[in-house]
Design a protein. Structure first.
Length: 276
């Protein structure tokens, strides 16, 4: 089965990722405005009425800016952990649904698997979205390549993978030392080198597309990231997700089937008292 993916925006100014089948779709984070989300989806020929849910990775503004407005306008359930909800948008209480790490959530014909990651947020998660054997990963805002990231990256047919900073640019740049240490200290972001090592050593042979994501404006450049990755692509189409505009829509199909361990699946969302 084919899945269709696009980055609507990727960077510290806003993150929003679309993954969908022919009938059903989800958004991972909505860190741009509702109007801009609608505009970019329309430009790509994506029907917002196919979006079944929003999944929130963590509460930072570049991931939740447009969540409340978009969710309320289209009555979309917002999957968010309780800890994140306490720190996040307060206008979505009636639409909020909890999720639990490693417990799959069924929405339409998509299965979304959340898993915990290391980042300086209340309860940060990344996601793998699956439908009939085709799997897409969204791996951004990752402080380090932990065993969970390795495990889930290795089953993907396409992935949005953080390549936030060039280590030399960060070291020599104008950021104060406390901010540099926050970025590179294990609960911040992945460098180009760290992302490349994950790609080289743990990708599936079936990984057809890699979208380098969440690039820093100050401490990286698309040219630097591509220069590092291009010699090692080895059949994978490597692209950079822009911080200024949407990507194209890419069709992803499974050819061969990386093993996915069984996970409990919750098909009907529960509405719990996330906010106490």
């Amino acid at each position: 089965m084919s899945l269709f993916i696009a980055s609507l925006n990727s960077g510290s100014n806003g993150n929003c990722y679309y993954i969908g089948s022919s009938h059903d779709a989800v958004l991972i984070d909505v860190g741009i405005s509702c109007r801009e989300t609608e505009k970019r989806m329309k430009a790509l020929g994506l029907n917002i009425k196919n979006v079944r849910a929003i999944f929130v990775s963590h509460e930072h503004g570049d991931h939740i800016k447009g969540v409340s407005t978009l969710a309320n306008k289209y009555s979309l359930p917002v999957y968010i952990t309780g800890k994140t909800a306490l720190q996040g948008p307060r206008l979505i209480r009636h639409l909020s649904r909890p999720f639990i790490a490693d417990e799959a959530v069924q929405t339409g014909d998509l299965t979304v698997i959340p898993f915990q990651k290391k980042h300086d947020a209340a309860d940060p998660h990344s996601f793998v979205i699956e439908s009939k054997g085709t799997r897409i990963g969204v791996f951004t805002d990752i402080g380090e390549v932990c065993s969970e990231v390795i495990r889930y990256f290795g089953i993907c047919h396409a992935a949005f993978l953080e390549a936030n900073y060039d280590e030399e640019m960060l070291e020599q740049g104008r950021y104060p030392i406390h901010l540099k240490n926050r970025i590179r200290g294990g609960h911040g972001h992945l460098s180009n080198r760290q992302a490349l090592e994950l790609f080289l050593h743990h990708r599936s042979p079936q990984l057809s597309h890699l979208l380098l994501s969440h690039l820093s404006k100050e401490n990286n450049s698309p040219e630097l990231a591509m220069e590092l990755f291009a010699p090692h692509a080895n059949g994978t189409e490597v692209l950079v997700a822009s911080r200024y505009t949407h990507s194209a829509v890419y069709e992803i199909t499974s050819q061969g089937d990386p093993y996915l361990p069984d996970r409990p699946v919750r098909s009907k969302p529960r509405q719990l008292g996330l906010f106490g």
